[in-house]
Design a protein around this ligand. Structure first.
Ligand SMILES: Cc1cc2nc3c(=O)[nH]c(=O)nc-3n(C[C@H](O)[C@H](O)[C@H](O)COP(=O)(O)OP(=O)(O)OC[C@H]3O[C@@H](n4cnc5c(N)ncnc54)[C@H](O)[C@@H]3O)c2cc1C
Length: 385
């Protein structure tokens, strides 16, 4: 824990400490900033990088110290995430295990579950996947149909999940399944070993060419009793906690967006495409990005991770990111339709355009965020159900 054990709220000081550390850190061959989820090819360099961060106390910053974390404030976590984005490196192997599963196990897990699962997560040994969404249940998770039936020795799972990020590289899954007929109280949360009999994973190829998503099928998969997290019927409460944490992870995107915006401007200049109309759109986007940056800062300063500001942030970040990606069509013109090949600057812009579509869907769609803001923040009447 050399890096962060003396946590202080001198955020500017911390930033320069992080920057120096990241600049001098040896980067494993093949490491790239792959975002929250690694592809199968990213796992090896991502894990080596994660282990280096872990050895220096820079992972699981939000976990309690007793579980190997740093009990760091939101400001501290955000500064580290931003400096990683600036340095063009991932801040951890993958989002699901550390940001979602860890806090769930710390709050709801048995002592045995904590002992068994937390340390391999902290060390980057185990990748996890989030098994919530189904073909008929995404925004409305209460519609989950994958069934967990009680057996004398544990639970039998049948059903299908979809959009399960990193399931093809994961050792374990965090599974939301139906144990009763009541819409919310009929849901429970389980730990699934992804190599268990009756579990099959089918990767889906995205339009940017990568395969980060998967379909996961359960065909009479038998789990032991200790696969249950918390109590039967507590799945909804646990799912809501993980979805809240997902929104918190978005702030670091601001730095990446500024970098991308600079590249868009450079590509526009190189093509002599920056006419007054395009310049105006780019300046408007630039102003939005600063607005986003300051809203993020305000939320951090409040120090309350349940703040409504994070819902605003999720909405603003995803839509700004999508619009920034769309700029690629304006600056590249018809070149945006051609596969520019790996590694080129144009390829990065085209990829941003394609990946931008996902931002307004993952972790809760923009429509759902607007519903949340309308109902819970502005106090508007609830939507008819
Ligand atoms: C990059 C990415 C990674 C993901 N990773 C995972 C993962 O690891 N694990 C996992 O379980 N899931 C994952 N997902 C799935 C994600 O959580 C769902 O896609 C999301 O919740 C939306 O659900 P859906 O796709 O079923 O769309 P639907 O819920 O079917 O929605 C379809 C459309 O209807 C709109 N809509 C739905 N309900 C309402 C309403 N009440 N009011 C207004 N509009 C509404 C939506 O906004 C959307 O535009 C991922 C998705 C993406 C894009």
């Amino acid at each position: 824990m050399s890096g962060v054990s003396e946590a202080s709220e001198d955020v500017a000081g911390l930033r320069s400490q992080f920057r120096a550390f990241l600049e001098n850190a040896p980067k494993p061959p093949g490491l790239r900033n792959y975002g929250p989820t690694p592809t199968a090819d990213d796992i090896e360099p991502g894990r080596a990088w994660h282990k280096y961060l872990a050895a220096n106390g820079y992972v699981c910053l939000h976990w309690p110290v007793e579980h190997g974390g740093a009990d760091a404030s939101v400001a501290f976590q955000a500064a580290f995430a931003e400096e990683c984005a600036r340095a063009g490196v991932p801040r951890q192997l993958a989002i699901t295990a550390i940001d979602l599963v860890g806090p769930v196990l710390i709050k709801f897990g048995t002592d045995e579950q904590k002992t068994r699962y937390l340390e391999p997560i902290r060390l980057g040994d185990d990748v996890w996947t989030q098994l919530f969404s189904e073909p008929g249940a995404g925004s409305d998770l209460a519609g989950v149909r994958t069934k967990a039936e009680k057996t004398p020795t544990g639970w039998r799972i049948n059903g299908q999940k979809v959009w399960s990020s990193a399931a093809n590289s994961a050792k374990f899954g965090l599974l939301l399944a139906r144990t009763g007929p009541e819409s919310h109280r009929g849901l429970s949360m389980f730990i699934v070993p992804m190599d268990a009999d009756g579990v099959s994973v089918r990767p889906l190829q995205q339009m940017d060419g990568e395969s980060k998503f998967n379909e996961v099928f359960f065909d009479n998969c038998e789990l032991a009793d200790d696969a249950l997290i918390g109590e039967p019927g507590q799945g909804w409460t646990i799912a809501i906690m993980t979805l809240g944490r997902e929104r918190l992870t978005l702030g670091s995107q601001a730095v990446a967006m500024f970098k991308l915006h600079e590249k868009m401007v450079a590509a526009g200049e190189a093509r002599d495409a920056l006419d007054p109309v395009l310049r105006r759109s780019m300046v408007k986007l630039w102003a939005r990005m600063w607005l986003l940056r300051y809203t993020w800062q305000r939320a951090i300063d409040e120090g309350d991770t349940t703040s409504a500001a994070f819902s605003v942030l999720k909405l603003m970040t995803s839509e700004t990111d999508r619009d920034l990606g769309d700029m690629a069509t304006e600056v590249l013109g018809t070149d945006a339709c051609i596969d520019p090949g790996e590694g080129s600057e144009d390829a990065e812009l085209v990829r941003a355009m394609l990946v931008g579509r996902a931002q307004t869907i993952l972790g809760g769609t923009s429509e759902i965020q607007r519903n949340i803001l309308g109902e819970r923040v502005l106090g508007l009447p609830k939507e008819p159900r």
